[in-house]
Design a protein around this ligand. Structure first.
Ligand code: URA
Length: 246
């Protein structure tokens, strides 16, 4: 696989097109030891591109953690609504990016955005049992009957039998703040599970995918690259221990 030098530099060094142009003009880029002019073809498996004398490291795929705000749709494109891809900073944009797993428009929190379809499949397939953890504000009181239904596997109004899920009360005031852990991700699943138990979701935020928590430093609408060791945590099938909780 080959790609244009500008594209290679943009992806590897997270530079904008104008920054790459400037670096080329300033003679700061070399390809296999020769000054680069721009427009050359680069084979990432063989060629060495340096910026300011330092080799650039190109990755085939990109993985981003977005703290999704309310009012944004989890789609690649939408003619009317703002999408999660509209929130991706220019330096991370590349063809083929998509949100791996959807959150409802009003749900907030952790969305993984990637161009790696295979990774997304491994994370989302119910067969792989990767946990998805949420904080939910439920109207009214938390009941043991609800906890039992979640733990057994709720039967939704359309007859779908959910996989067993965990629910834990975090705080009971006028409404109940709970943590819910699922191993599947059907359309509106938590809202429909709550409805099946006679309750209603007022607020919903995804806080964890597998063993990786949403970065508390990310403000709503912000996004950052996921490190390689964090990526492996996402595919962890065991529940993280409490000391790993941020
Ligand atoms: N369950 C829901 O109901 N909505 C989401 O966005 C995610 C899980």
């Amino acid at each position: 696989m080959e790609l244009r030098l500008e594209k290679y530099c943009g992806q590897a060094a997270k530079l904008s097109r104008s920054q790459i142009k400037a670096a080329l003009r300033q003679k700061r880029v070399t390809l296999n030891g020769q000054l680069a002019k721009g427009g050359e073809k680069v084979d990432p498996a063989q060629d060495v591109v340096c910026l300011d004398g330092k080799p650039l490291c190109w990755q085939q795929h990109i993985y981003l953690m977005l703290n999704k705000p309310k009012g944004v749709v989890s789609a690649t494109r939408d003619s009317r609504e703002k999408t999660v891809l509209d929130l991706v900073p220019q330096e991370y944009r590349r063809p083929g990016l998509f949100p791996a797993g959807r959150l409802d428009k009003e749900t907030t929190g952790f969305v993984l955005i990637t161009d790696d379809g295979e990774f997304a499949h491994r994370m989302l397939s119910p067969k792989h049992h990767v946990e998805k953890a949420y904080q939910a504000l439920l109207a009214g009181s938390f009941t043991t009957a609800m906890a039992e239904q979640f733990e057994k596997g709720c039967v939704l109004k359309d007859g779908y039998q959910c996989l067993p899920a965990r629910i834990k009360l975090l705080e009971q005031r006028e409404n109940a703040m709970v943590e819910i852990v699922l191993r599947e991700g059907k359309y509106h699943q938590i809202r429909r599970m709550a409805a099946a138990c006679g309750s209603r979701v007022l607020e919903l935020k995804r806080i964890r995918l597998g063993g990786l928590f949403l970065d508390p430093e990310l403000k709503p609408g912000e996004c950052r690259e996921i490190l390689h060791k964090e990526l492996l945590k996402i595919l962890t099938t065991s529940t993280p221990r409490p000391q790993e909780t941020p």
